[in-house]
Design a binder for this molecule. Structure first.
Ligand code: C2O
Ligand code: CU
Length: 484
């Protein structure tokens, strides 16, 4: 087999066709918000806007017991019906919410035609419950599996399958996880925003074949429609009030699209990242959000009028020039009111403080032409779907991981079960404070992270462009438990 490094590929340009003007329908689904159950603990969970919340069937105050059914569902976008997948028939699935310290019990029933698992992206739990199909036998059609774990840290996380994920996630199997901290300030509203895209063939009412095009093999599956909480983004409109301060929990659940977000008409600061609430909030004008990452924003409505959450997409204009095209992915009509109150942010202590790395390892991200399959394999340290762990670490070790991207396409690298910090080199993709579990490694560049390997187990480490993961950019790292 001849290995040819992949040439630098041209910047992928995917324009979204804009939606026809839509009436300002109220697309917020959760104003009929779930009322906390009657046995609610002393700490009352805030209502969440964006999707229904899973009902806790357990009376114990510190146990959240819920049921998820992975099943086929019909879904309509711009008047065209598609065969999709959903949890409990919904796309995205309902929000799983709990408070720090709760035990979470999720009974998953698989009503798909194929095996599945659920991965709780970002939660530091046992590797046995992490949805890794190399550890857990995937749940077969018709079968049920019960996941049990404890919510150790507050934050915004998400869940999705880890089997055939390029297809299962794209078809709708994903949902938000919100772990509340009793110390968090109360906001006028908490919105959960799952930002996604989907590739549809609307003439035929189908999703085009997976891995069916060269761009998808090179850059992952980019959609031609933007979705916010499973609906056409341009139609997701709601209301707010001048003077209010809201918390927005944003997750990029797309298969491949790195998002660049701005807010027009309101001010915001970043109050949380993958690893939960920040010790110190910070301000920025544009947020770079690779797939898999989360951001919690505090948004203040200083004036009445229109407020938009904008996702900026690169496109080419009539003169063949690269231009930025802004798409509103949430539009709010803000009614006149007062001046916003200042919200005091408690000094959250991060679950892991900064520590010096005692060891450095290197992970090379690359692609190769191969004579099998679609003709390209994506590799980590030269291996596609490495059978043996890339590294074995000791519990409690702090390791500098150098992620070296040898080819053109970018790779959002995700490590399960641990948090890390990104070493800033001044570039926007490294200028990202706070604890993370996912980091963007742009084409032909190197990014360094400091990983805190405090959670023993066998952990998947992979590219979150799900097509890349499927084509080989998937590995494991082992964290050996400390001798007790
Ligand atoms: Cu969200 Cu292994 O992934
Ligand atoms: Cu990748």
């Amino acid at each position: 087999m001849i290995l040819v490094p992949l040439a630098l590929t041209f910047l992928l340009v995917t324009a979204c066709s804009s939606d026809p003007a839509a009436p300002a329908a109220d697309a917020g689904t959760a104003d009929s918000a779930p009322s906390p159950d009657s046995s609610a603990p002393a700490f009352e969970l805030p209502a969440l806007w964006g999707a229904p919340v899973l009902a806790d069937s357990d009376d114990a105050p510190d146990v959240v017991s819920v049921k998820l059914v992975a099943e086929k569902t019909k879904w309509t976008l711009d008047g065209v019906e598609y065969d999709m997948l959903g949890y409990n028939g919904k796309l995205p699935g309902p929000i799983l919410q709990a408070k720090v310290g709760d035990e979470i019990v999720v009974e998953l029933t698989n009503k798909l035609d194929e095996p599945t698992t659920i991965h709780w992206h970002g939660l530091r739990i046992s590797d046995q419950m992490d949805g890794n199909p190399r550890i857990q036998n995937p749940v077969k059609p018709g079968e049920t599996f019960t996941y049990r774990f404890r919510a150790r840290e507050a934050g915004t996380y998400w869940y999705h399958p880890h089997v055939n994920s390029n297809q299962q996630v794209e078809r709708g199997l994903y949902g938000a996880i919100v772990i509340h901290s009793p110390d968090a300030p109360r906001y006028d509203r908490e919105r959960v925003l799952l930002l996604d895209d989907v590739l549809v063939d609307d003439k035929n009412g189908v999703l085009p074949p997976f891995l069916g095009s060269h761009p998808e093999i090179m850059h992952g599956r980019w959609g031609n429609r933007l979705l916010t909480n499973g609906q056409a983004s341009s139609r997701v409109t709601h209301t707010a009030k001048q003077g209010n301060v809201e918390r927005w929990r944003i997750v990029n659940t797309a298969n491949a699209r790195t998002m660049e977000l701005e807010i027009k008409g309101a001010t915001f600061r970043v109050i949380g990242t993958d690893g939960g609430p920040l010790e110190k909030p910070y301000t920025t004008t544009r947020l770079l959000v690779p797939v898999g990452q989360r951001y919690d924003l505090e948004v203040s409505f200083e004036q009445a009028g229109k407020v938009e959450l904008i996702s900026v997409t690169q496109s080419v204009d009539a003169n063949n020039q690269l231009v930025e095209v802004p798409y509103a992915v949430l539009s709010l009509d803000v009614a006149a009111g007062e001046a916003p109150r200042a919200v005091e942010w408690p000094a959250f202590t991060p679950p892991i403080g900064e520590r010096q790395a005692t060891r450095t390892v290197t992970v090379e991200l690359n692609g190769q032409q191969v004579s099998t399959g679609v003709g390209i394999a994506w590799t980590m340290n030269g291996q596609a779907n490495a059978k043996d762990p890339l590294f074995t670490f000791d519990e409690g070790e702090t390791v500098r991981i150098k992620l070296i991207n040898k080819a053109g396409p970018e790779h959002p690298f995700h490590l399960h079960g641990q948090f890390f910090r990104i070493v800033s080199d001044g570039n926007p993709w490294t200028d990202q404070p706070g604890l993370k579990d996912t980091v963007l490694v742009p084409g032909l560049s190197t990014v360094e992270i400091i990983a805190y390997l405090d959670n023993p187990g066998r952990w998947m480490a992979h590219c979150h462009i799900l097509a890349h993961a499927e084509l080989g950019m998937m590995s494991e790292m082992v964290v050996k438990p400390a001798q007790k």
